[in-house]
Design a protein around this ligand. Structure first.
Ligand code: SAM
Length: 269
């Protein structure tokens, strides 16, 4: 996350280690951006090169150094230049943009900075659904990333529960809510553990394997509407099988650059 004196991201300096340690989430270093933990790997992000860091981390925390890299921010992750954009009548912009916007966000170094087609498709679909069938009271954002979907749903007036297993996503979503004076419940958890809550809209920009698994679970089939994304056209047939198997109806479909977003309605609710 951005912390003074940094106002934006330039080059990212990454250091990857096998293993995790809670202390690495809040390193007392002014150039520290955050620690991405996934599948037993910790990736530390800095604004500057850190001489001797691999040795220090190995020595103090016993983690094995794997690799380091310097990556221009524009090339990191979604590989797109971030500029202000609109969702319906609302304007959204990264925190470093000057001017007045309805929602501002620190895109961080996690997924969901607003540049990827799936995030944009989910945001646009959420806005359209809200116009057509809203308001929604309870919204579940499964895999919140930087929290953009949560921000929009909360701005529209929903009580949102945002979930991500990546602690950096959880911290960033909380920060982005704070920046906008909004509130939501933000949980560091596996999405499998929070489905089944009584909500009227589920947002799930995840990946094919996890979507297939969720669609097959009776506990996932309790909401009225679902927006799902995170898959490409070639994966759609398999997902449609699972959608029909769950008894859902497809109400809308959007695609951009080969990525797909589908609106599902549960006729049983
Ligand atoms: C494709 S990103 C979507 C981010 C954001 N919702 C958006 O639309 O831009 C998927 C997110 O899901 C999270 N995720 C993946 N599998 C998960 C799981 N089993 N439990 C919790 N979070 C998960 C990842 O950490 C990542 O932040």
């Amino acid at each position: 996350m951005l912390r003074p004196p940094y106002k934006r991201y330039e080059t990212l300096y990454l250091y990857a280690f096998s293993g995790c340690h809670p202390d690495l989430r809040a390193l007392p270093d002014p150039d520290f951006i955050g620690c991405w933990e996934e599948d037993g790997l910790s990736v530390l992000f800095f604004h500057r090169e850190k001489d001797g860091l691999p040795e220090k981390i190995s020595q103090f925390y016993g983690l094995k150094f794997e690799l380091s890299a310097a990556v221009p921010y524009e090339e990191w992750g979604e590989g797109r230049r971030l500029t202000p954009f609109r969702v319906g009548p609302l304007s959204l912009a990264p925190v470093w943009e000057e001017g007045s916007y309805d929602l501002r966000f620190d895109p961080g170094v996690v997924f969901g900075s607003g540049g990827h087609p799936t995030t944009r498709l989910m945001l646009d679909s959420l806005w359209e659904l809200w116009e057509k069938a809203g308001p929604f009271t309870q919204v579940l954002d499964l895999g919140c990333g930087s929290g953009l979907l949560t921000l929009l749903a909360a701005k529209l007036g929903a009580m949102v529960t945002a979930v991500d297993r990546n602690p950096l996503c959880v911290a960033l979503t909380k920060k982005n809510l704070e920046i906008n004076g909004l509130s939501a419940e933000v949980l560091e958890e596996d999405v499998r553990k929070v489905i089944g809550r009584p909500v009227d809209l589920v947002l799930a920009n995840l990946y094919k394997g996890l979507l297939l698994e969720l669609l097959g679970l009776p506990s996932f089939q309790t909401s009225r509407y679902y927006l799902i994304s995170g898959f490409v056209i070639s994966m759609e047939a398999e997902l449609r099988e699972a959608i029909w198997g769950a008894g859902f109806e497809i109400e809308d479909r959007k695609e951009e650059e080969g990525w797909v977003c589908i609106l599902l309605r549960n006729p049983k609710t």
